[in-house]
Design a protein around this ligand. Sequence first.
Ligand code: MCA
Ligand code: AMP
Length: 495
Amino acid sequence: MPGDLYSRFVQSFERFANRILVEDGARAWTYGEIGRLAGRLAARLQALGVAPGERVLVQTDKNVETLILYFATIRAGAIYLPLNIDYTEAELDYFAADATPVLAVCRESSAEVFGRIGGGGMQVSTLAALFADLPEAEAPPVPRASDDVAAILYTSGTTGKPKGAMLSQDNLASNGEMLIEFWRFTPEDRLIHALPIFHVHGLFVAVHCVLFSGASMVFLPRFESARVIELMAKSTVLMGVPTYYVRLLADPAFTRESAGHMRLFISGSAPLSADIHRAFEERCGHRVLERYGMTETGMLTSNPYDGERRAGFVGPPLPGVGLRIAEFETGRVLPQGEVGIVEVAGRNIFKGYWQMPEKTASEFRPDGWFITGDMGVIDARGYVQLVGREKDLIISGGLNVYPAEVEALLDDRPDVAEAAVIGVPHPDFGEAVVAVVQPAGPFDPEAVREAMRKELAAFKVPKAIFTMDALPRNTMGKIQKKLLREQYAGLFAPA
Ligand code: MCA
Ligand code: AMP
């Protein structure tokens, strides 16, 4: 199989030409139609100067046009750079300045903002403008080497500065190819696609599993349990973050009967609690298949399709993935059964962070293994259990929030002496962002939250801000977040 991603797409566009690839509320598109539209849109992109290796920045609604834009960008040999629809102007400005895209595609309502950001060196367009009067002739796919970058996905960092993870053609093609075998995707499958398509989970894992296998998917603009339950009668697979499973369980319409047509429920992006795993099986008879991955690595481990899907475990490493547990400080590989940092290797591991060679080097061991920042242990049967994170990271509803970024914004305020941002248990989001602040004067938490919303995407804004005369510190003067997490652990406990 050629290592370039578009060749893999073409195989499916041709082989399954008359089958449905994607449906939305209004209509269905065949593989053949989508392939042709991608070819025509690629011609439009080229006419706009999108050359191989250039970045195309995309902040649009979830719809089939955006999906075609992804395919067209890859066909033109350019680099696809999707962004969360929730990002504010300040956040967008950073991404545009860092990635220097040749073209940004945004919603009509954000066109003005996009005209201001990133130093003004990029063209700005909308989906409607791109698709208007598409050229009839398709642009031929631009040949790419397997090591060329296909996409850049930004992930935040412990320093608070987002890093663009460069994913190669082969990273994406090989991970998708392996997953369709492992999870047994066939042309008979119909995926309920409720995830956003600006992250690895919804874009690469979900879309490639469908596309590579000849399956079909129903595109939902967002997760809504009633709609998802309704679709189950004619679908076979759901991929989701744990919040989806919590919300399904909260809906009395979700029963053994309503899930009767489904063959597989996959969970990832955040820990699925063992309680939810068990409650889910009790309710509908399916054991959720939990897997583990990262933006930088794609999918790393998965519970087995046929063997035991164990609650609280993310399963053994997937085929082709090397996984070891090491001592964080020294890199010494630890024996089975000991807790340490999870390190990984394989074709799926990214090429590095965009224009950050030092940062990239610091996250790999000298022998080329990538340091995930997750703490884990491998049990006697080879199953990986994640037990915590070395990185100071909060995962809320499957979205990553780096406390450093939120703290920096609070610390910059004249009414804040110092802030500590922590994750506390939340029944719906798994973890919720909470800030504890030592004020430097009169302090109004609600007004501060309101102000933060202008700077930060809503999911990063603390759900609550508390004040303390002095933040707890250890003898070295470091804020003791563990104590704060304990103090606020019950904040969102169900009544
Ligand atoms: C929305 N809000 C959130 C979140 N989402 N707050 C915290 N965490 C969130 N995840 C805000 C809203 O802006 C709103 O704020 C309030 O919370 C209530 O929103 P709600 O209507 O409940 O939210 P929703 O629209 O239903 O979305 C929740 C969601 C969504 C369905 C869980 O966040 C989601 O689809 N998450 C999936 C993310 C994902 O795809 N992750 C994969 C990353 P206000 O009331 O103030 O307006 S890829 C990855 O991690 C790796 C590779 C992997 O392993 O998969
Ligand atoms: P991201 O940077 O958004 O790709 O998030 C990757 C991180 O999500 C990983 O490093 C883990 O900390 C976390 N993650 C993904 N899947 C799981 C899972 N099944 N259980 C626990 N944590 C997970």
